[in-house]
Ligand binder design. Structure first.
Ligand SMILES: CC(=O)SCCNC(=O)CCNC(=O)[C@H](O)C(C)(C)COP(=O)(O)OP(=O)(O)OC[C@H]1O[C@@H](n2cnc3c(N)ncnc32)[C@H](O)[C@@H]1OP(=O)(O)O
Ligand SMILES: O=C([O-])CC(=O)C(=O)O
Length: 372
């Protein structure tokens, strides 16, 4: 038996959803650069789930369906209210809420394809309502009901702030959602596939995936990037701070990637947005500091920025609480998880690798009264 730590380089499945080839990311063959510049998030979700770009009437119908499924059962909101709002992290709240959502879906365990597609739509529609409701409840505010005439990105901001967002804000969130939607067999997507490959239900798959995304080596890195920038605070401190981290062999959040060797193609879009938005809000220091860190780590360690790095200063510029950064990632990535879950069901086989045993060799059982 040979083992590959962290399954690096192991090809674990075939998929038609997204690909990373020669550092280029595509969704169903469409380049991420084209999608980021031209697509609405709803268009991308349709693409991931149907393997084709929608025409105008297909997209309109899909948007209407999503918008009309955004409200969540009162019982889920009541659950959010019941948490210890001073300590619960929004990712933990989201993980629990999606699981609870499944309790109120009478089709949760119906495994037919049509039922699973309907559930996918419901989960995608409701996830941003849950995130924004939690964000408001913990500030002592009431959740805001979604507006049917707003698109997905605009609705997210509207439900968060109870005011119609500016175009520039909607464009930024839309682009961020497009860029985070899917990424081949990343850790959370793999988690979702492993879970549903036992023929468990779709809510279990998404709940498991949220748990995997929460970790700082994956989606949780974006919140930590902002923590780092906040600790640095002034541009002049950036390099001394990073030098010390590197000397202590600490990881720099938002840098490095398991698959990309020459850089994450999503990072440049977020970098551009970060530059524009931090300038617009008079807070260019966050962008300037980030560039210094990026350049230093590239030079010193040969590591490029990943998608989490510049998303931090983008979301901060939009006035979003730092612990909501990873939930926003989940609001987008759930589209990819759901696409992969449907693909897994479509051609399923249990995912069950082996472990190379390196523990003690066969031992003689020792009776309790003879043990040291
Ligand atoms: C959406 C996403 O999930 S993107 C990734 C988000 N995560 C982060 O930004 C966290 C910081 N980055 C990392 O921890 C890593 O680069 C990962 C987890 C993304 C990829 O990790 P792996 O491919 O497993 O690389 P691994 O962690 O084994 O690191 C290999 C070497 O590079 C170093 N390294 C990797 N990333 C970093 C980093 N961000 N800062 C400093 N050193 C790093 C490691 O210390 C290690 O050095 P060593 O060989 O001297 O011990
Ligand atoms: O693919 C990965 O390992 C992590 C990542 O960038 C993502 O999930 O977007």
């Amino acid at each position: 038996m040979t083992t590959t730590k962290g399954l690096e380089g192991v090809v674990a499945t075939q998929s038609s959803i997204s690909s990373i080839i020669d550092d280029q990311l595509t969704y169903v063959g469409y380049r991420i650069d084209d999608l980021a510049e031209n697509s609405s998030f709803e268009e991308v979700v349709y693409l991931l789930w149907n393997q084709k770009l929608p025409n105008k009437s297909e997209l309109d119908a899909f948007k209407t369906e999503l918008a009309s499924n955004m409200e969540v059962p009162d019982a889920v909101i009541d659950h959010l209210r019941s948490y210890d709002l001073s300590t619960v992290h929004p990712m933990a709240a989201l993980r629990s809420a999606v699981s609870i959502l499944g309790l109120y879906d009478e089709d949760a365990d119906v495994m037919e394809e049509a039922a699973n597609k309907q559930k996918a739509l419901r989960i995608q529609a409701k996830i941003s309502t849950i995130v924004t409701a939690f964000a408001r409840i913990r500030k002592g505010k009431d959740p805001v009901k979604p507006k049917k005439d707003l698109g997905y990105a605009a609705n997210f901001l509207y439900m968060l702030n109870e005011e119609e967002p500016k175009d520039v804000e909607v464009e930024a969130i839309n682009k961020a959602l497009v860029l985070h939607a899917d990424h081949e067999l990343n850790a959370s997507t793999f988690t979702a596939r492993v879970c549903v490959a036992t023929l468990s239900d779709i809510y279990s798959g998404v709940t498991a995936a949220i748990g995997a995304l929460k970790g700082p080596l994956h989606g949780g890195a974006n919140e930590r990037v902002m923590k780092m920038l906040t600790e640095i605070d002034v541009e002049e401190n950036a390099i001394p701070y990073i030098k010390e981290k590197v000397a202590n062999k600490e990881k720099i959040m938002g840098m490095g990637h398991r698959v990309y060797e020459n850089g994450d193609p999503r990072a440049k879009h977020l970098k551009r947005m970060s530059k524009e938005l931090t300038k617009l809000t008079g807070q260019a220091k966050w962008y300037n500091m980030s560039v210094k860190i990026e350049d230093y780590i590239k030079e010193e360690k040969g590591l490029p920025a990943n998608v989490d790095f510049y998303s931090a200063s983008v979301y901060h510029s939009l006035g979003i609480d730092h612990d909501l950064f990873t939930p926003i990632f989940a609001v987008s990535r759930v589209s990819g998880w759901l696409a992969h879950i449907l693909e897994q069901y479509d051609n399923n086989r249990l995912i069950r690798p082996r472990a190379e045993y390196v523990g003690p060799k066969t031992q003689s059982y020792v009776a309790m009264d003879k043990r040291a």
